[in-house]
Write a protein that binds this ligand. Structure first.
Ligand code: ADP
Length: 266
């Protein structure tokens, strides 16, 4: 994807970063962070230089998904400025708002506080040269979304949904937010997560637990690209809980599903 500087800025905020991709969802629990983490790892495995910012103030889950809950990023002085050094796992540099906020008080943060924290993660960290910076946004539409597009030239948004009706209605709202005049961020496409389930003992069967092809049909209706359909797989959930993203596993079929999503984003 070409770099698109949407806003006229006097100086590029992150001159070393080629593409900034927001990962969004209409509602929580659809697998947005799971997709963000695995997409980041898959992009890194394909040779890209990748950064990931966890901006999901209400449920920062990336430290856990990278097995780094007990780590804290270090600081460094660059040209007299205090900078945060992103952590690095599976070839991905990352920072989480969760490293800087106590999770019990996060929910009572007012919008501006959350927005300022996001700005710091972006501008006061030593990201260096990146081909892709992914930003895992909070679900829905919030001040954080506005801050992001006002602070950074966002290349595009990836929207994650399940095939379920209620998730889909929220996707329409999310997509129209990105496409609105004031935000104007191209939607790169939709990822349909939890698309089906296949039990190990019935490998030829697909059970469409949340409905069949909901994301695919919505993508067609909204004129969006379907970036991939990811099944419900126990090892995807376990990978998240154990801090080893499935995309890091070279021989996993389900890891390959994320590699395909990465290819359609690149
Ligand atoms: P969100 O960021 O949208 O709130 P998460 O990525 O945290 O959602 O996912 C919610 C839960 O669902 C997590 O426990 C995660 O491991 C699990 N999950 C997400 N996608 C899948 C999948 N394709 N198969 C199995 N479990 C999944």
């Amino acid at each position: 994807i070409a770099v698109k500087y949407i806003h006229n800025m006097e100086r590029p905020v992150l001159p070393g970063v080629k593409n900034i991709v927001a990962v969004a969802s209409g509602k929580g629990g659809v697998g947005k962070s799971t997709v963000a983490v695995n997409l980041a790892v898959a992009l890194a495995k394909s040779g890209a230089r990748v950064g990931l910012i966890d901006a999901d103030i209400f449920g920062p889950s990336i430290p856990k998904m990278f097995g780094s809950e007990d780590s804290r990023p270090a600081g460094v002085k660059i040209d007299g400025r205090d900078m945060i050094v992103p952590l690095e796992k599976y070839g991905v540099k990352f920072l989480s708002i969760g490293f800087f906020v106590d999770s019990d008080s996060a929910v009572i943060w007012r919008g501006p506080m959350a927005s300022n924290a996001l700005k710091q993660l972006i501008m006061d960290a030593n990201w260096g040269e990146l081909d892709y910076m992914l930003i895992d946004l909070p679900p829905g539409t919030s001040d954080i979304h506005l801050t992001l597009v006002q602070t950074l030239p966002v290349t595009g948004a990836v929207i994650v949904t399940t095939p379920q009706d209620v998730a889909l209605a929220d996707v329409v709202r999310g997509a129209s937010m990105f496409r609105s005049k004031s935000i104007d961020v191209p939607v790169l496409g939709l990822v349909e997560n939890m698309a089906w389930f296949t039990p190990a003992e019935l490998p030829d069967n697909k059970y469409y637990i949340f409905g069949k092809d909901g994301g695919k049909m919505l993508a067609e209706k909204l004129g969006l690209k379907l970036l991939g359909q990811i099944p419900i797989v126990q090892s995807i959930r376990e990978g998240g809980d154990q801090g080893v993203p499935i995309a890091a596993n070279a021989d996993s079929v389900n890891g390959m599903a994320f590699a395909d999503v990465a290819k359609s984003v690149m």
